[in-house]
Design a protein around this ligand. Structure first.
Ligand code: ZN
Length: 130
């Protein structure tokens, strides 16, 4: 069983249990990353995961990034020119370069962190299956 199998299992688990309604065309890829668990590239509709992480961190990151895919897919979140973000009809500064504490307070990040707990649930279901 590979990391790709686990990614596929996690994505079908989230769909089957209607936890996240992410864009079904989203691509998931692995890369070597320094200091990142992963991210969602909305331009390419692609999630990049750090291949060096544990299964738990990897699935948790995948769930988090799929939530961002859902936010954009459902039109709740939209990137605007000049590093602005439209979120549920309100304009925000996209604080990617600001302090991590501020970044964590952005509403779409709060929402994405709330679903991270499904990472452990999915991994348990996966290990049972093996
Ligand atoms: Zn995030």
């Amino acid at each position: 069983m590979t990391k790709t199998d686990l990614v596929e299992f996690a994505m079908s688990y989230l769909q089957r249990h209607k936890i996240i309604k992410f864009d079904p065309t989203v691509a998931v890829k692995f890369a070597k990353m320094n200091g990142f668990f992963g991210w969602y590239d909305f331009n390419k509709n692609e999630i990049l995961l750090n291949e060096g992480e544990s299964d738990l961190d990897m699935v948790t990151t995948l769930v988090h990034e799929l939530k961002h895919s859902e936010q954009i897919f459902q039109g709740l979140m939209k990137y605007l020119p000049g590093n602005k973000v439209m979120w549920r009809g309100k304009k925000f500064d996209d604080n990617v370069d600001s302090a991590y504490e501020d970044y964590e307070k952005l509403p779409w990040e709060i929402e994405a962190r709330k679903v991270e707990r499904y990472g452990a649930e999915i991994l348990r279901a996966w290990q049972k299956k093996l």
